[in-house]
Write a protein that binds this ligand. Sequence first.
Ligand code: IMP
Ligand code: MG
Length: 345
Amino acid sequence: MVTVILGMQFGDEGKGKISHYLAKDHSIGVRFNGGPNAGHTVYHKNKKVITHLLPATALYNRPSVIAPGVLIDTSVLIEDILETQIHIKHLFIDHKCPIIEKPHKAQDKTSGGEIGTTGRGIGPCMQDQAARTGNRAGDPYDIGRHDTVEYLHRSMNAGRKILCEGAQGHYLDLWHGTYPYVTSSMCTVGAVCTNAGIPPQKITRVIGVFKAYSTRVGNGPFRTELGSMSINKSRIATQGQEFGSTTGRPRRIGWLDLIDLKKACEFNGVTELAMTKVDVLNDFNKIGVAIDRKVDGNAIYTHMEGWHTVTDRNLEQFIGLIEEFVGVPITIVSYGPQPKYTLKR
Ligand code: IMP
Ligand code: MG
């Protein structure tokens, strides 16, 4: 049984919180894409923990895998391990993982400005991977190497539950996102197969994570973006602490776009949705939701009545609108950063 967690927007949907919430129901956690550009913010035992490369299962000391498609910056990995403040027992790093080196980061800082990259060396490292000149985590001829693919297959055959924790989001995918304003790796469900070596038939649940509004860091199109003078924007920024967990940059903010959400769900075969940060919109009068496009491509909105609590009827109506539009049930609603603020539906 394999569960996949994917971002349905531009990253920062709260996949970290959902991964951590589901980690205790799974035996093994897997990171299968991205690299140190990602940032998982979770509250573990009432402590805020920010990691970039470790799966959330590491916090429960369950076996945790960094699969071949993940780019590794060894200094970030060490910082992650120290950040957890636990003696991590079973961390499997694939020998095929590309290694981010100092020149990659230097190059990204000078050339990544136009895209607004995280400056973590992702693009330049992937250039070396495509040119077949980059270094990888293990010497290919070393007999002691780790093949996480074999380990995952043995585990699947033994009936163990695997949680694949996606990084970034559908619209940052190298191929299917808003190119060229994308990351350099794959963020769609297919990455689980190509990167971690998990066959498609083994995937039983695909959980799409989205925020009750939208954010984007870095440059590129953002149809439902709120203008810099918008009161709603500054309110969401403050309430939602919308600053990048990897770079600290303020995130761009906009309303939820149901057309894009539906496309991302269809593309990835999403079986259920997790909506996060609904508490950030508490006490708003009206909440915008994009439901159509004008001929010029701009969004057409409907406005929903705001809610005050997670059990408010108005929130139920908002959920109903999304489920009907997208055709996928919302099974998890998150209304605060701590695990206790999670509602299972
Ligand atoms: P890169 O992945 O650092 O090359 O950055 C490419 C684009 O993806 C930029 O717009 C980044 O802000 C964005 N990006 C990369 N990783 C994340 C993430 O984890 N969350 C949100 N945006 C991201
Ligand atoms: Mg993040």
